[in-house]
Design a binder for this molecule. Sequence first.
Ligand SMILES: [Fe+2]
Ligand SMILES: [Fe+2]
Length: 309
Amino acid sequence: MPAYSYARSLDNSFKASWKLEEVLERTRFDRSLRWMPPALSGSAEAACLDEQGRRALTQVELASYAHLFGYVEAFIAPKVNVLAADFALCDLPAFEALSNFTAEEVKHMNLFRAVRERVDAALGFELELVGGAEETARFVLGKNTGAVLLLITAIEWMTQRHYLDCIRDDARLDPATRALFKAHWQEESQHAQLDHLETLRAFVGMQPAERERAVDDLIELVLAVDGLLLRQSELDLANLERCLARSFAPAEREQLFGALLKAKRWTFLLSGVTHPRFQELFAEVTTPAQRARVAKALEALERMPVLDC
Ligand SMILES: [Fe+2]
Ligand SMILES: [Fe+2]
């Protein structure tokens, strides 16, 4: 496993850092292009849509991607801020690296808010997006620190996969999307390494009973994230109907909702928890039985009936 360090992450962060205005300057969406790649979109399984409909679906999905990332960063930033305070007087490199991490997440929240506004302007209406960010942040921050850090680590690693595996080499995507994801990837790369260090720190002093509680809490957090994905998939479907100025028949709704939810579960849960760096960390802080419990919870999500047409 690579040896991460707070000081090196901070150095790399200063090298990769970008200004919000510079990224927003490049964020001008083109409605004739796709805004999300096939691997992060339900469009590939939306057989009932023509090419224009599939393109519109990716445009609606970019809004919810930006919204959901801003949503999770609303609990990541305060959590990392609290962790930074642990080092304030005793470990300057760790304090500086985690404080800088917090500041970058605040910048990303502003970036994603601006992106959502630009999507609304480009599509010509205010898209419906899942609410309750403050309650969700309170719920998450009330959970065991080890569990919260495992969730955050999975989220940060998934951003690496999204850009490197799905976007960097897709020349058919809107250049605005590619620039946006590239900027986020550049700064998230350091975050994932700092999450790794902080997760090890959280687990190192835990007794077996507390580790069990951390795994219980992690499963609750995964179910909570899935609840958000369910609600946003329903809203994406409503946004798509508005975007295309048409209503879907029940069979079409079922197909589209299934495609949207499957893509969101991959994008926001599975692409993170299956990342090799996350798996290495997870194996270091949990037992095989605990990992099996989490895997079972993830498998159960796939079998849930979801849409009331
Ligand atoms: Fe971020
Ligand atoms: Fe991050």
